[in-house]
Design a protein around this ligand. Structure first.
Ligand code: C5P
Length: 235
């Protein structure tokens, strides 16, 4: 099977819409690989923060993106991310890294430097890729493109719950404001803005449970990909 024949399902959308959890569950149900492109941007952001590279320093960021070694390995509960062989899972989710990721992600040269790395995840039997520009820029020929939305209030609440469960002290009003600002930056930036591809199916998860969204997307995948999206599931 040539690489362009390997089926791809993209799941794009704003922060907190549930892309990560939905993508992981859909990939598991189909037995496909998963690419969390947000984790790619977050890893670069973490490396930049640790090495005191400024978000304005384009060439240093591009050099950083070319020099770091990123690996994703299936762990006990989800995908573990290794930055230069160090498990960075927990450090990627802090607010400082979220803000830095959104800033560095607005740099065209950095996005270009990360294209090939992301496309290399397209491997048999198939790939579920989640992010902002998976369906528009990275995999424009994907066989199924989903754009997952939810109201900003609902997304801030979900994030608040997640952080609380991890013992982080946060304020809902602050999260709401940060999320609105980040949404605006991601949606209005000149390169790869967070907008649905013209051929994307828009799914609003505001009033749906994770399970309902996963079932819906797996159903769409089975319709679209037929026998390439096998029935056997261990969700
Ligand atoms: O999805 P997640 O919140 O982990 O992404 C972190 C940041 O990385 C986002 O705020 C966004 O700016 C950026 N990102 C992006 N393109 C992607 C995935 C993430 O610009 N494909």
């Amino acid at each position: 099977m040539a690489v362009e024949e390997v089926p791809v399902l993209t799941i794009d959308g704003p922060s907190g819409a549930g892309k990560g959890a939905v993508s992981a569950a859909v990939a598991r149900a189909l037995g496909w690989h998963a690419l969390d492109s947000g984790a790619v941007y977050r890893s670069i952001a973490l490396a930049a923060l640790e090495r005191a590279v400024a978000p304005e320093d384009e060439s240093a960021l591009v050099a950083l993106a070319r020099s770091v070694h990123l690996t994703f390995r299936a762990g006990a509960d989800g995908i573990d991310v290794y930055l230069d062989d160090r498990d960075v899972g927990d450090s990627l989710r802090t607010e400082a890294v979220s803000v830095m990721a959104s800033r560095v992600a607005a740099i065209p040269a950095l996005r270009a430097a990360l294209l090939e790395l992301q496309r290399a995840y397209r491997r048999r039997p198939g790939l579920v890729a989640d992010g902002r520009d998976m369906g528009t820029i990275v995999f424009p020929d994907a066989g199924l493109k989903v754009f997952l939305e939810a109201s900003v209030e609902e997304r801030a609440k979900r994030r608040y719950k997640q952080l609380k469960e991890k013992g982080e002290s946060v304020m809902l009003s602050r999260l709401f404001r940060d999320m609105q600002a980040r949404d605006r930056r991601d949606r209005e930036r000149a390169v790869a803005p967070t907008v649905p591809a013209t051929d994307a199916v828009v799914v609003d998860s505001t009033r749906l449970s994770l399970k309902e969204v996963v079932e819906h997307v797996v159903g769409l995948a089975r319709q679209r990909f037929g026998e390439l999206a096998p029935k056997e599931t261990n969700q």
